[in-house]
Design a protein around this ligand. Structure first.
Ligand code: MCA
Ligand code: AMP
Length: 497
């Protein structure tokens, strides 16, 4: 194989006149057409000076060309770096600079991005829309491209993941990481060329890109490619689909709709949930309404997927199932000593799915990957006698809102800078639709005054909307333990976390 990722996911589809992407307006992009477009985009990347091993940062709305750009990066040996469309220019600057991206591909509707690129010394292009420069150049290119030689150990993607220190880390994923996981999941979940997957997830995260899209590419099936979660569209397409992947909010919103019932899901063979805890209650309600048992799985940006409930066996509500066939999982104490079965500890995983490390952060990498290769997830779990894993909490200070990770530290750093704020603490509080949302507790500086509107405006300029606290509380001091550490549990008790 000259390029394992391209050769596994994309090359087998050359010339296949089979549907790959069903778009909301009824347009169908065949596998063959998709590959031709990817080749054109690979030429366009070269025209922007992108070379093998270069990072291509991409912040554009979900569209077929964005997925084709992923294929183009694979084919040309560039490293794909997708970014959440909600990120502000301030957040984006960090990713583009830190990664040393050669090119930033942005939305034409975001004129501030050209500036972000130029400050970071990266070239800038827009993808789609009127006058989209990369797509315009691609239109004039040959639709075949000589695949660049790469190996399984070469890097294929960077995904930035925020951290408890407030500084995002670029997780380096190799071709081998992506292929092994996609192959394992395709087999485990029995995806074939006959499947039609409802795809309403964003494609800038592991879930929508490496789980959903890679699996469908290996299987050779089709995707109903919706720009975002749209319950009407899901209900409309469901009788023509066979499977869906979503975060728990997808399932609770479907259950809120009376049209969603057994008849509507008669053609579906599989519903998969992940990225955030699915309440056992949602699992049961879903089964009661449709007869389908949702299959819950668990993973991380750094590991792709690590566990899954079985396809044929018992899909146990409230658990994330069993370690994947090629993944070793252990539950450990803080020193990495494995605990007896049935005890709660930190989940550690090892296998071909585990990433290569954090870009330019060898110390962080060494802190999180043990010398024996086990990655410390920071999730607290317990494994039962049958091997089923239950996530019981998080050792890391993390809020998951609608499937997006929000690290309190990142918000606290912004809040602490605001006039009148002596210090702050951010906690997650329950939210019926999104699972949890951030609540900020602010301590007013003595003799000073906090202007909440000004604080909210400053936060809006600095942080993506999904990270912005939905509630604020002002207190005179934060509860601390004898070591001086803020007791977030005490805050959760007071403010309903
Ligand atoms: C949108 N908003 C949010 C979120 N999404 N606020 C908090 N949390 C969110 N997740 C804000 C918008 O800025 C807007 O703010 C308002 O909520 C409504 O926006 P809208 O676009 O209508 O929201 P939506 O389309 O209904 O989106 C909600 C969503 C979406 C469907 C839950 O966020 C989503 O698709 N989430 C999936 C994320 C995902 O793929 N995660 C996987 C990463 P305003 O109030 O100003 O109007 S984790 C991963 O990959 C690991 C490896 C794994 O295990 O899978
Ligand atoms: P990310 O850093 O975006 O990759 O998010 C990974 C985190 O999401 C994990 O460390 C878990 O805390 C959480 N997560 C993913 N899947 C599940 C699940 N099925 N149940 C509970 N938490 C999950």
């Amino acid at each position: 194989m000259t390029n394992p990722l391209y050769d596994t996911l994309f090359a087998p589809h050359a010339g296949r006149q089979t549907p790959f992407l069903h778009l909301p307006d009824g347009e169908v992009i065949t596998h063959a057409a998709f590959l031709r477009r990817a080749a054109q985009l690979a030429h366009a990347l070269a025209a922007f000076g992108v070379a093998t091993g270069d990072r291509v940062a991409v912040q554009v709305e979900k569209c077929p060309d964005m997925l084709a750009l992923y294929a183009a990066c694979a084919q040309s040996g560039a490293i794909f770096l997708p970014l959440n469309t909600a990120y502000t220019a301030a957040e984006l600057s960090y990713f583009v600079e830190d990664s040393g991206a050669a090119l930033l591909v942005g939305d034409p509707a975001r004129p501030d991005l050209a500036d972000v690129a130029s400050k970071a010394g990266a070239a800038f292009a827009t993808l789609s829309g009127a006058g989209g420069s990369l797509s315009d150049i691609a239109d004039d290119q040959s639709d075949s491209y000589e695949t660049v030689e790469r190996g399984a150990d070469d890097l294929a993607a960077f995904l930035y993941t925020s951290g408890t220190t407030g500084r995002s880390k670029g997780a380096m994923l190799s071709q081998g990481n992506l292929i092994s996981n996609a192959q394992t999941l395709t087999d485990l979940w029995r995806f074939t060329a006959d499947d039609v997957l409802l795809h309403a997830l964003p494609i800038f995260h592991t879930h929508g890109l490496f789980v959903a899209s890679n699996v469908m590419l290996i299987a050779g099936g089709a995707m109903v490619f919706l720009p975002k979660l749209d319950i009407d569209a899901l209900i409309d397409w469901m009788p023509r689909a066979t499977a869906m992947m979503g975060v728990p909010t997808f399932y609770t919103r479907l259950l809120d709709d009376d049209r969603f019932d057994r008849d509507l899901t008669a053609n579906m063979r599989l519903f998969i949930s992940g990225s955030a805890p699915l309440l056992a209650e949602t699992h049961r309600q879903f089964e009661g309404r449709t007869g389908h048992r949702i299959l819950e799985r668990y993973g991380m940006t750094e590991t792709n997927m690590s566990t899954s409930n079985p396809y044929d066996g018992d899909r146990r509500a409230g658990t994330v199932g069993l370690p994947l066939p090629d993944v070793e999982l252990r539950v450990c104490d803080a020193q990495g000593t494995e605990l007896p079965q049935g005890e709660t500890g930190t989940i550690e995983v090892r296998g071909p799915n585990v990433f290569y490390g954090y870009w330019n952060m060898p110390e962080k990498t060494a802190e999180e990957i043990r010398p024996d290769g086990f990655f410390i997830t920071g999730d607290l779990g317990v494994q039962d006698a049958d091997g089923y894993v239950t996530i019981v909490g998080r050792g890391k200070d993390l809020i998951i809102s609608g499937g997006y990770n929000v690290y309190p530290k990142e918000i606290e750093l912004v809040l602490d800078e605001q006039p009148g704020v002596l210090e702050s603490a951010v906690i997650g509080v329950p939210h019926a639709d999104l699972g949890e949302v951030p609540l900020a507790v602010l301590v007013q500086a003595p003799g000073d005054r906090i202007d909440l509107e000004a604080v909210q405006a400053a936060v809006a300029g600095a942080l993506a909307r999904f990270k912005q606290p939905r509630h604020y509380e002002i207190v005179t001091e934060l509860p601390r333990n004898t070591m001086g550490k803020v007791q977030k549990n005490a805050l959760r008790e007071v403010f309903g976390g």
